[in-house]
Design a protein around this ligand. Sequence first.
Ligand code: GH3
Ligand code: MG
Length: 457
Amino acid sequence: MTARVLVVDDIPANVKLLEAKLTAEYFDVSTATNGLEALEAAVSEKPDIILLDVMMPEMDGFEVCRRLKSQPETQHVPVIMVTALDQPTDRVTGLEAGADDFLTKPVDDIALMARVRSLVRLKLMTDELRLREATGSKLGLMDDAEALHRAGKGMGRVLVVEDRETSARRIADSLRESNRVTIESDAREALMRVNGEDFDLVVVSLSLERSDGLRFCSHLRSEERTRNTPILSIVENGDTARLVRALDMGVNDYLMRPVDRNELTARVRTQLKRKRYQDLLRENLQLSLEMAITDPLTGLYNRRYMESHLSTLVQRAADRGKPMSLLIMDIDFFKSVNDTHGHDVGDDVLREFGIRLQQNVRGIDLACRFGGEEFVVVMPDTDVAFAHNVAERLRKSIAATPFVVDGGEKSLDITASIGITSLHAPDESVDQLLKRADQALYRAKREGRNRVVSEAA
Ligand code: GH3
Ligand code: MG
């Protein structure tokens, strides 16, 4: 995993030290030495995570964090506060400013890496959801601000897995005001419970006396049902080894004993908010997007969605310096299918064509019905040579097996022609891309149909 990290500290030696540690782990590091610089870099560098020193002259880390978390361009970037003081009050101030985690100087290498990785992983997932969501709202389907607002509300369902009675009670008491809390003292029982009941957050002790907390976390992460449920773990002070394993496993956050009440409630709040935000995005995506952006006949994405999302994908490929390819396919002599067998049979052919298309592209490829009997597949991270292979496979899957149509009454030989292009320059427009693919398609038609043509290099 590689990611962009912004390191902010007013003391050059501290910046150098963190920069060296992160660069050694192949992170892409940029730096800032004061609050204002940090705010600028957070926008211009688009970091995936920010390591932020608390004590800085003029604007301190808390203020920087507050500002980062209050502007839309940067509010989703995780912030780790780096503080010289191991003070619970500092942590609470930081959490209230919106910080996602803390590291204490001198920064422990293992905790630093595990922490950065864990937050980056979460950020990448949220980015993906936000990207799709942004495409949805461009189409007028939902409202980001409304989703965020709703995410901050409502009772959370929290499962506490802890076998020390006083500790369990104290945690439950702290959370009860705004959550529905269930206590389970045995990890095996807890596992049964999460299979039958939905929880928004699981708080789990990693030092259970009678069962294995880490194993429980790993089960949660491997099961489809609980894979996205946030886990907040409670760790014995100094038990870095177990903490690191937990974070590597995908545990979202942690608290060291003795558990500070304010820190606990603040972290629970953060996790619940993020969970709800993600749930809302996912729900919105499934419900409204599917209806408005798919083609009713084939179930593929429609042209409107494709054009809208394609510009986002082009931008992203350009930003990351990754290749991207696109193909246009057009059924050969389709007019004669309609003319000979009628429009309904034509529709059957289109439906079956959609199914075969879907079966032959990857999940990250975007397949859509572009118009009548024209289809487009956008392939992120794919160069033109690889796209050619995909196209050949598609062409064969159409031509090799006749299309059974008209309720099984007829069987038709169908072929298609395919034109391919790829992104040449980062500033290319969607129109240019489509036009080149179309020219390649035109050549495929002219050269005899049932073939794949890549654009001339
Ligand atoms: P070529 O090999 O050059 O592509 O020839 P073609 O016959 O496939 O191309 P042409 O553009 O002449 O004809 C496309 C036909 O597709 C004409 C149109 O009536 C038909 N068509 C477009 N949309 C639909 C649809 O939703 N259902 C059906 N049944 N036919 C459609
Ligand atoms: Mg055609």
